[in-house]
Every structure is written in C-alpha cells, then in structure tokens.
Design a protein around this ligand. Structure first.
Ligand SMILES: *Cc1c(COP(=O)(O)O)cnc(C)c1O
Length: 338
C-alpha cells in the first residue's frame, strides 16, 4: 500500500529507534530528564524563543497555549477553517471556556484589517479578546503557506491592541522549507508557537510549544493539570530530537513529490486540483469522475493507494518521508490510467 492519507503515518527511522534505545532518562516531572531538557533547549533555539515545552500532541500544545493565554469568557480570533476551531473537538470551549470569533481566510490567511476590526473595544457588554491564532501552513487550505508579511501585519495589529498571537505551526517547517527561509522569519511575528515533531519530521510522538520563559512556566502547569506531565519521557524525546535536528532539510523533497502528484492529477480525467500545492498536500475535486469522494477513495484503495476524504467531493493526498519518489511515480501512472 502507498499511504498518502497523512504525514502522520510516518514510522520512526532506525536512527530514531536507536536514539530511543540509548536515551539517557530521568523523571521529567522532577525536571530530571536530560534528553527532554536537550530537546526543549534545542527547540527554543531553532524557533527563536526563550523557552520550549515538550507536549504529547499538536492538539495538546494548542490547547495549552489557549489555556495559558486566556481566561474563561474571553474571545479568541481565528480563521474559520483553522485546526483549533475545526478539528480539536471543541476543546477551546470545553477546556478554556472561551468563545471563538472566526474570520474568513484567503488560502488560510486572515486579512489584518479584518482582524483589527474584530478585536473588541473596552465595553461592559463585550468579551475581552484574549488571543489571536494563526495557522501556518494552513491544513484545510491544503498546506498553504501564510507569508511572513501577513504574519507580521497581524502581529502588528495584535501588539497595538495588546493581544497575544499564537501560531499553530504543526507544519511550520514545511512553510520555511517552501519559501527557502529560516523558520524564525515566521516565529518572530508571534508570541508563542506550536510545532509537530510527528508529521513531516517523522517522530513517533510529540509536539513543542515555545514562547518566553514566563509563558512556558505557566504552560508547564497547564500541561500537568491536563495529565501531560510524563516521567522517563526521554524515550520519546530522543527520537523527537533526531526529527528536529535532522529531518527539516528534507521536507522540500515532500514538496517535490506533491508537485509530481499535482501534475498527474491535472492530467487525470474528471479531476481538478483545487489548491496551489505550496507544500506537501494536494487537494483534488473528483466530481468530474462521477464518483463521490468516498467512492474515489475506495477506488484508489483497490489499486493499492490510500488517500483521505476531505469533503463530499474533495480528497487529500499528503506526501511524506515514508513514500518514495518511486511510489509517487507509480501512483501517477495509476492516476492517469483511471
Ligand atoms: C495535525 C495538526 C494539529 C494537531 O496535531 P496532533 O498531533 O494530531 O494533535 C494541529 N494543527 C494543525 C494545523 C495540524 O495539521
């Protein structure tokens, strides 16, 4: 099977398994796991922030960020198709007790002027705007890259209004690879950021949140409250460190694979690619084939290719480390033959 459902299906490399086996560990709730400490220090450095915290998942990282930045009754501003709004089981309502103010995006990017209008003035009728969230790359917009300029403009609105900005950067390293710039070109325009180690970077488990020292100290307490304080967690931080330090450069290969898929899909009857394919995600409308997305997913499955449904008429192909260019070429031939 060629598995293009998600970049989360990557399995840990031999080097990662070796690193887990050899990891020096201790009780991380006591602050005694040297491997976790090394991962957090390295992540803070890479992301250009004072401190970082290792968390179990991207969702947990985002939720800890929302919990740490806000108080119940606050309003948070975020794009209407953002992961935090769309895919986190209503956690911001269930856990942080905040209400969401969703704004439309163009390829995932909110208009800074519209963001500014959405920030609440001081009035006893109004909730306080507690946080602005930005997602880069934007998942539902098909891995779209938000420009550093858009992030800068939103951050400037936020600073002017004294509202913090959190970046859901589950695939922020894909954005950096996509524009060929350092990830700090993005992270300098936010207060806090979450990055996934377990997607394109290939680690088996884990995410990082980064921000200033005080934020991370408070975030650590929220992680504990949520049951995310773990013990000899160097066992999974070690592969995370391999992911963070050795797998970022190769993300561009995943983008090249996605470009080949895009081309193949554009030459397939009844299929149209509906995103720009900035990074490792291709979203295709299959309506012209006469099949529903569900039926198309099933058809490809019979041919040995796994993809994800992404709506009634759209499907998603995601490239990653565990599918080779050869797999992609095979896929391309099958797609064109349908
Ligand atoms: C995958 C993803 C997350 C959540 O990460 P998990 O580790 O699956 O919880 C958050 N935001 C975006 C944009 C994602 O793509």
């Amino acid at each position: 099977m060629i598995d293009l459902r998600s970049d989360t299906v990557t399995k840990p490399t031999v080097e990662m398994r070796q690193a887990a086996f050899e990891a020096e560990v201790g009780d991380d709730v006591y602050g005694e796991d040297p491997t976790v400490t090394r991962l957090e220090e390295e992540a803070a450095k890479v992301l250009g922030k004072e401190a970082a915290l290792f968390v179990t998942s991207g969702t947990q990282g985002n939720q800890i960020a929302v919990l740490t930045h806000t108080r119940p009754g606050n309003e948070i501003i975020l794009e209407e198709n953002s992961h935090i709004f769309y895919y986190e089981s209503g956690a911001v309502a269930a856990l942080a007790g905040v209400q969401t103010r969703t704004l439309p995006g163009v390829k995932g990017a909110m208009d800074p002027e519209v963001v500014e209008e959405a920030v609440r003035a001081e009035d006893q009728h109004f909730p306080e705007t507690g946080l602005i969230c930005v997602e880069n790359t934007h998942n539902r917009a098909g891995g779209a890259i938000l420009s550093p300029e858009n992030m800068e403009a939103i951050y400037s609105v936020a600073c002017r209004n004294q509202v913090p900005v959190h970046v859901d950067g589950a695939r922020l390293f894909n954005a950096a690879a996509g524009i060929g710039r350092d990830v700090k070109e993005f992270t300098k325009h936010c207060d806090t950021v979450q990055v996934c180690l377990s997607k394109g970077l290939g680690a088996p488990v884990g995410s990082i949140i980064a921000g200033d020292r005080k934020f991370i100290q408070r975030a650590r307490k929220w992680r504990k409250r949520l049951g995310g304080g773990l013990r000899q967690v160097g066992m999974i931080a070690a592969p995370g460190l391999v992911a963070l330090t050795t797998m970022r450069e190769r993300l561009i290969e995943d983008h090249e694979k996605a470009a080949v898929l895009k081309e193949a899909l554009q030459n397939s009857k009844g299929i149209s690619v509906i995103n720009d394919v900035d990074t490792n995600i291709v979203v295709a409308d299959v309506q012209g084939t006469g099949l529903s997305s569900k039926e198309y997913v099933e058809l490809l499955k019979e041919k040995g290719i796994l993809i994800g449904g992404f709506g009634a008429e759209t499907v998603r192909f995601t490239t990653h480390y565990d599918v080779s260019m050869e797999d992609i070429r095979k896929t391309a031939i099958i797609l064109k033959s349908l």
